[in-house]
Design a protein around this ligand. Structure first.
Ligand SMILES: CC(C)(COP(=O)(O)OP(=O)(O)OC[C@H]1O[C@@H](n2cnc3c(N)ncnc32)[C@H](O)[C@@H]1OP(=O)(O)O)[C@@H](O)C(=O)NCCC(=O)NCCS
Length: 238
């Protein structure tokens, strides 16, 4: 990993609130949006998802100026959310490494650490979308996949009935092994208060079936985001 003094860790942002500003800045430099909007989203991080995770290094990489070093250097950010109708899946978003540190292996470290984080909590599959980083993710083992429905946040104010509707799989004809609750034929329904991780051990969460890519290739996708921009859906069993 280059000239780096080691000691990397993946830490939930809500355990390090003093890094909130640095994190908002990192995301803002990549994707714009207002600082207030970023902070609002970051402040929702919790163990119950969405969870914002930070790749941290206890002392900064050698190539950063001394003025930018702090006892804990922020090397990356990733957000994990629950997936409606897929109790063993998490959705990956906002993967970013500071511009000055790209190409040194931190992106891989971040993704691999997030995969371990998910697996340790009983999740077995990660989903994501990307406009242009499909080759990066493919290099890390992600394959083309069908869309899933993300649960961006869970509010205690949302009724169980609304959640039940929201949790229905958008395309029931395309089922995946992670769709069913272990030992039942029912789709999962997270608690309206705090969505708990799936129970351990997750014996019902089997490994991947081949991706149903429906005309999608690593160079061309039939899917579009809300603005009509082509978007690739990918997944990986972890
Ligand atoms: C995407 C991003 C997180 C990658 O981080 P990074 O630290 O530069 O990536 P790494 O150096 O860890 O690369 C890991 C591996 O992926 C490969 N790789 C990196 N970018 C790649 C790309 N665009 N296409 C194919 N392979 C790529 C590297 O060669 C490396 O291979 P190796 O581990 O076998 O040597 C980083 O470029 C970034 O923050 N980009 C801006 C934000 C963004 O677009 N995020 C993705 C949103 S979907």
């Amino acid at each position: 990993m280059g000239s780096v003094s080691e000691e990397l860790s993946l830490v939930p942002l809500h355990q390090r609130p003093e890094l909130m500003e640095a994190c908002a800045q990192l995301l803002g430099e990549e994707w714009g949006k207002s600082r207030a909007s970023r902070l609002h989203s970051l402040q929702r991080s919790s163990d119950a998802f969405p969870t914002c995770l930070l790749l941290l290094q206890s002392s900064g990489p050698a190539q950063l100026p001394a003025s930018e070093k702090s006892p804990c250097q922020l090397l990356g950010h990733i957000r994990l959310s629950r997936v409606a109708g897929h109790p063993c899946s998490l959705f990956v978003e906002s993967v970013v490494v500071p511009k000055a540190l790209r190409g040194q292996g931190y992106g891989r470290k971040l993704m691999e650490a997030a995969e371990r984080y998910a697996r340790a909590r009983g999740f077995r599959r990660l989903h994501l979308t990307t406009h242009d980083k499909q080759h990066f993710y493919a290099h890390l083992g992600y394959t083309l996949a069908e869309p899933v429905q993300v649960m961006p946040f869970m509010s205690p104010g949302i009724s169980a009935e609304v959640l039940r509707v929201f949790s229905a799989h958008p395309r029931p004809a395309v089922s995946t092994p992670g769709t069913l609750v272990p030992g039942t034929n029912k789709r999962s329904l997270p608690s309206p208060d705090v969505p708990p991780p799936p129970p351990l051990p997750p014996q019902g969460c089997s490994r991947a079936a081949p991706a149903t890519t429906c005309g999608q290739s690593i160079l061309e996708t039939p899917h579009r985001d809300a603005k009509g921009v082509p978007i690739f859906w990918m997944k990986k069993d972890v």
